[in-house]
Design a protein around this ligand. Structure first.
Ligand code: ZN
Length: 490
């Protein structure tokens, strides 16, 4: 058992070393290092892959005598990982790593210069390799199933399509109702918000929520993300807009939510492949919970608004708690997913979910992607991007080869309200605790029911055990209808 643990720890170290290089690429690496960095990441990833699929790992699993329930889970889940990994040739893994390393740089240039042509050949290559990847992974009905399963184990394309259809049929009338109601003013989040003060305020609030900066840090990057190199080193990035409060502040809360999940994993799992979020949907439920259910709530701002007012007197000096709360929660169809409001957000996800399936099925050619994107934005949300930087080029995911990833964002929204409802049942004074800036009870509840398990339980198991119900859109719809009904007066 100890020999197996040692081997898995070396594999985990290689993966985390690769993750540090990737974090560096997004934050501090000079542009010229793109090619060498892609090679270095590929080297580490392929070494890790080779160690995992080597007969020695299988032999150790055969001969190991598990001494605890954690050991049993370690063997059970590693067996699954090995099985999945052996289906994919090491050469394909390396090719994907090299292609995504190059493509990430091309995406950054394309986005900065609004030139889809720079990114298109890289995306073609990525899609081609991703189709090969899906074939190697295997699937029952739809190659997209294999891709989705990498991020949300056990979830199928058909199931997601069903949940999304259900959601879509209810969100569109809600958006329509809001559009018919008098508009809310969002002036209180726009204006002069000095970057230094935004940065410091975001970090201070993240600390108070429970993100441990002794084992974490925040840096700038074009696209915010969180990443973990161990339970004791979980980092976040953000971007700050000096004339718009929301992206920086709520971005920090969002990423801190991801980071607190990783920081809350049972230390007994440290150094093993179990020390990770169980699925991306569950991960997103944690970021969304802190960003939206706490961070955009009235009780939260009844505590923090006076502090924000003191920090940003130029804009907030003449505002009230009510006007600020409204400004932070306006609903308006917009172009950028990461800045979208809570109600329209899921439509951004469904757009990507459809286009990904079409790309993988070869039903759309890459050169037609910008137009297909813009047409659907116009027909679903009533807004049309005037540049590809604000359209098809806005997200980093496809450049990383992460196809099948987007649906997990909407699944996370649904899980977040289900978990929050359950937490409220167990902590009846949750709102008054939030209103006094006390988050330890909520974080403790999430640690117990979600974080501590790492990968020992699946997302469906965690959700069912914590809430007593399976995944559904009902809780989110009820939350959104109440919150935005109150805000928009219906
Ligand atoms: Zn997220």
């Amino acid at each position: 058992m100890q020999a197996l643990r040692d081997r898995l720890s070396r594999i985990t170290d290689l993966n985390h070393a690769a993750a540090i290089l990737e974090w560096d690429q997004e934050t501090y690496m000079p542009e010229g290092a793109e090619e060498s960095r892609a090679r270095q990441v590929a080297t580490l990833r392929s070494l890790s892959h080779e160690l995992l699929v080597d007969d020695a790992t299988l032999n150790l699993m055969e001969s190991a005598s598990p001494e605890s329930p954690i050991d049993q889970d370690l063997i059970r889940i590693t067996r699954k990982d090995v099985e999945k990994a052996t289906r994919v040739p090491a050469s394909l893994i390396a090719e994907l790593a090299i292609a995504s390393g190059r493509s990430k740089g091309a995406w950054q240039k394309a986005r900065a210069t609004n030139n889809f042509g720079i990114f298109a050949p890289h995306l073609e290559k990525i899609v081609d390799l991703t189709v090969q990847h899906a074939e190697a992974l295997g699937y029952d009905q739809n190659p997209y199933d294999a891709l989705l399963d990498q991020y949300e184990e056990g979830m199928t394309t058909a199931e997601v399509a069903r949940v999304f259809l259900d959601l879509k049929s209810q969100v569109i009338p809600l958006v329509k109702k809001i559009a018919d109601a008098p508009k809310l003013d969002d002036r209180a989040v726009h204006g002069a918000f000095p970057e230094d003060a935004q940065w410091a305020f975001g970090i201070e609030v993240a600390k108070q929520l429970g993100y441990d900066f002794h084992c974490g840090r925040q840096d700038l990057s074009a696209h915010p993300f969180s990443t973990a190199f161990s339970i004791t080193d979980v980092r976040i990035t953000t971007r700050v807009d000096p004339s718009f409060f929301s992206p920086g502040f709520f971005g920090t809360l969002h990423e801190a939510g991801h980071a607190m999940y990783e920081q809350g994993i049972d230390m007994a799992l440290e150094g093993t492949p179990l020390a990770d979020g169980t699925s991306l949907g569950m991960h997103e439920s944690q970021s969304r919970l802190w960003e939206n259910l706490i961070g955009r709530s009235k009780p939260f701002w009844s505590h923090y608004f006076p502090q924000a007012q003191a920090l940003f007197p130029e804009v907030l000096g003449k505002e009230t708690l009510e006007s600020f709360y409204q400004s932070a929660n306006t609903v308006a169809p917009s172009l950028i997913r990461v800045e979208a409001d809570e109600v329209t957000y899921n439509l951004h996800i469904m757009l990507r979910f459809e286009l990904e399936q079409e790309m993988i099925a070869g039903k759309i050619s890459i050169k037609d992607l910008p137009n297909a994107w813009n047409d659907r934005m116009e027909s679903w949300l009533g807004v049309r991007p005037s540049t590809d930087s604000d359209g098809v080029l806005q997200d980093i995911h496809w450049s990383l080869g992460a196809i099948g990833y987007f649906p997990t964002y909407a699944l996370g929204n649904l899980m977040s309200t289900q978990l929050f409802d359950a937490a409220k049942r167990d902590i009846p004074n949750l709102d008054s605790l939030t209103a006094s800036g006390q988050f330890a009870d909520l974080l403790g509840w999430l640690r117990t029911h979600v974080h501590t398990h790492g990968r020992r339980k699946t997302a469906s198991e965690i959700l069912f055990d914590a809430t007593g119900a399976p995944l559904s859109s009902a809780s989110w719809m009820k939350y959104a209808t109440k919150k935005f009904g109150d805000l928009y007066g219906f």
